[in-house]
Ligand binder design. Structure first.
Ligand SMILES: [Zn+2]
Length: 331
């Protein structure tokens, strides 16, 4: 993947996640895990390609020189979990709302790790908030689609469906990021700090794991990945039976789980299993594909949950009912 700002390679948010091919695979495979009661329009060839294409969109946003977009989009792609403790935060008790988290970090007045260029929450990352917010947007889009399908014009239904595809595709990018273990850690691009096991400190490691390695190893085996997938299911209710807040909790739990793969990944490298050459050098692909499968599974579950739980947009419904009755729509 082309990075236009090579001079800024040390900035964590310039390290990509899976390359476009990997993100496409996650979105495409997730479509295959959806149950038959999911809206069928997402399966048309044009819609499928739109969802696959959008898997790369949040990374395209990073190729901009515009500070405003770089500032807001960059940290959405990762969360360096080890950096929470110095801020007095724990994964289990993170504030589910983005600005509450920002305020909490600011309260601690802690400078970010020296190797990072920015202080505050932006240096630690926002990935679970990003996933939660895009899931909420998708739910909202489904909520309006449900109403337009009942009371809207053909054009409105078509537009509302496009919005669903958009939110599905972009959400897929961030869930894909969450399955790249290097997006959960301060060791995102070579081991940093104490290094008793002698893991690589190469600043090419992240890009290699994102895509270079799989390309050299012959590409993703999507058939093999497909076999590891189960059918999507809605997220379970939380311990006290609530729906509210589960997407955030599940996103954080998922990231913590992927953090456990960081050291195994570095170990594979040390054992020569990530060179891409020969049988040994290609054997690390099992872990990479397995990670993408995990992302795919969570994505399909999140898509399904958004569809099942989106309440019809009743405000919109009232306007459309008024319109149908021939009364002047309220402004
Ligand atoms: Zn990303």
């Amino acid at each position: 993947m082309t990075r236009l700002f090579l001079g800024a390679l040390l900035l964590p948010w310039l390290a990509g996640a899976w390359d476009y091919e990997g993100h496409r695979a996650v979105n495409q495979l997730a479509l295959g895990a959806l149950p038959t009661n999911f809206p069928v329009f997402v399966h048309g060839p044009v819609a499928r390609e739109r969802i696959a294409f959008l898997s790369g969109e949040p990374d395209r946003w990073r190729n901009t020189a515009d500070t405003a977009l770089r500032h807001v989009n960059g940290p959405d792609h990762f969360l360096d979990l080890e950096d929470l403790a110095p801020l007095g935060l724990k994964p289990e008790t993170l504030p589910p709302l983005r600005y509450d988290y920002v305020a909490e970090v600011a309260r601690h007045h802690v400078k970010a790790s020296p190797e990072k260029k920015e202080d505050g929450a932006g240096a630690v990352g926002f990935l679970p908030w990003s996933i939660t917010e895009w899931h909420a947007r998708l739910k909202s889009s489904f909520g309006s689609l449900k109403v337009y399908e009942e009371l809207g014009t053909e054009e409105e239904v078509a537009n509302a469906r496009q919005n669903v595809l958009y939110a599905m595709g972009v959400l897929g990018h961030f869930v894909g990021d969450a399955s790249q273990p290097l997006h959960t850690t301060r060791h995102f691009n070579g081991w940093v700090g104490a290094n008793p096991h002698g893991y690589t400190t190469s600043k090419r490691f992240h890009a290699w794991i994102d895509g270079g390695y799989m390309r050299k190893s012959g590409g993703l085996d999507s058939e093999r990945m497909k076999k590891q997938l189960r059918a999507a299911r809605a997220l379970p209710l939380d311990a006290v039976g609530r729906k509210e807040g589960r997407v955030f909790t599940e996103s954080v739990r998922f990231l913590v789980e992927q953090l456990q793969q960081v050291e195994p990944l570095y170990r594979l490298d040390k054992e020569g299993k990530l060179t891409g050459e020969g049988e040994l050098g290609r054997s690390g692909r099992v872990l990479i594909e397995g990670q993408m499968v995990r992302g795919t599974q969570l994505l399909a579950d999140l898509w399904l949950t958004a569809w099942l739980e989106a309440p019809p947009d009743n405000f919109l419904k009232a306007r459309l009912v008024e319109r149908k009755a021939g009364s002047k729509p309220a402004e």
